[in-house]
Design a protein around this ligand. Structure first.
Ligand code: PLP
Length: 414
């Protein structure tokens, strides 16, 4: 639980959310440095018996200040674009602790990552393997590579966030993996470093991880028998968080079970969590602009929309929504909707809430895949982000101005 009421006022970590909302423009994201640190340490403490590197998955929340906190904690990074690598560097992160995933790395991105001597390219297709080899040779570099296995595991999560099922675009089918390593072995521009997989996001039980890992361990054994030696195994990210208070596997149990299988391999363990580092460490605070009653529904129309948090319409994601100031007034079943002109513009449906115009609401567990998926749809500025450490709060991103949104189009106005 990252929020609690004290005398009917909502606190996030140490922050009095009401006081903060009253003196700052809503909507805004607010993150807790203490919670991010706690989540990171939970992994590292439980994995500390093994040689390991946590490569935080930048896509989950790529704010520079958050990357900087993680870099200071010793984190490596998992990136999926040259832009994310530039973020890592700008935040003081180490390219030598950075792995590059993704099915569509462009030539420019590959060159840039090679020039920064990243730890590893996680290869997602045969064509990519050949392209990387060619570029590396032309650049007089050797690219460190790992091949991403698609272990064909059915993960019980939203279909849009499964990545290791047979029909997904990610990774390479088990049947082709050995051939690909043999090819990689023959390429002069490549240095085989590891093997990797990532089966999806918001996974709440252990079994899919264990099933995937077991398949990949068989591949490692086969590679070994062919004298193809690896230095690391990268098990991706994907561990979920509890959005709705349902119990989920803890980082401790996850780590213990993973270590049981990985330690005998005598390989370095890489892990790429995103959501489980930042997800519960962020809230979105929004103000009620209007309340409205239709014949069949009550609406709370708030100043945050789907452009600020798209997870509810995109993934049917549930986020708890709480009053920032609790009263004894009767709670009413309401849909919490934004100002964007789309019926999909909702933060939550059928919530029991008691608020009036001008009151504040807090949307919980939005630290991952929240702000990063926001847009300027309806020409709405992307909003402020703040970071709290105890009671000290710093702005870590300044809200767009309309001028900034229009700028690049004005330059090209016909
Ligand atoms: C390759 C890769 N690694 C790591 C992650 C992070 O996943 P999560 O945020 O669920 O931990 C993702 C996200 O989908 C990913 O695609």
């Amino acid at each position: 639980m990252t929020v609690k009421y004290i005398n009917n006022i909502l606190f996030f970590d140490e922050v009095n959310v009401l006081d903060f909302a009253k003196t700052n423009q809503t909507p805004f994201y607010l993150y807790s440095q203490n919670l991010i640190t706690h989540n990171f340490m939970e992994y590292t403490q439980n994995l500390n018996t093994a040689n390991h590197l946590l490569c935080y998955s930048v896509k989950a929340n790529s704010n520079l200040s958050i990357l900087s906190i993680l870099s200071d904690l010793g984190s490596g990074f998992d990136i999926v674009s040259a832009g994310e690598l530039q973020r890592v560097i700008a935040a003081g992160g180490d390219p030598a602790k950075t792995v590059f995933s993704g099915v569509g790395k462009t030539e420019e991105e590959i060159k840039f990552a090679l020039s920064k001597n990243i730890l590893c390219f996680n290869i997602e297709s045969q064509e990519e393997l050949n392209t990387l080899n060619k570029i590396a040779l032309a650049e007089k570099k050797i690219a460190n590579v790992s091949v991403r296995v698609n272990p064909a595991i059915d993960v019980k999560t939203h279909p849009y966030i499964t990545t290791g099922m047979r029909d997904n675009k990610f990774g390479i089918d088990e049947s082709e993996i050995i051939n690909l390593y043999q090819e990689a072995n023959d390429h002069k521009g490549l240095n085989i470093r590891g093997i990797d997989f990532h089966i999806g996001s918001q996974i709440t039980s252990l079994e899919p991880f264990i099933d995937a890992l077991s398949k990949v361990i068989s591949i490692i054994k086969e590679l070994k028998s062919l004298k193809i030696e690896l230095e690391h195994i990268d098990i991706g990210g994907g561990l979920g968080i509890s959005y709705d208070k349902k119990p989920i596997v803890s980082k401790e149990d996850f780590s213990k079970e993973i270590l049981k299988l990985v330690e005998p391999l005598d390989l370095k363990l890489l892990i790429e969590p995103g959501r489980s580092i930042v997800g519960d460490a962020g809230i979105l605070v929004t103000k009620v602009i209007n309340t409205k009653k239709s014949p069949s529904k009550n609406f709370l129309i708030v100043d945050a929309g789907m452009n600020d948090l798209i997870r509810p319409p995109l993934y049917s994601a549930y986020h708890a929504i709480k009053e920032v100031s609790q009263t004894k007034n009767k709670k009413i079943l309401s849909d919490v909707v934004g100002p964007v002109c789309e019926t999909a513009d909702f933060l939550g449906k059928d919530r029991m809430l008691s608020v009036k115009q001008g009151d504040y609401l807090c949307v919980e567990n939005v630290g991952a895949y929240g702000f990063v998926l926001s847009s300027n749809y309806n020409t709405r500025p992307k909003i402020d982000e703040y970071l709290a450490k105890d009671t000290d709060i710093k702005k870590i991103r300044i809200r767009d101005t309309i001028e900034q949104i229009l700028e690049n189009e004005k330059k090209c106005l016909v």
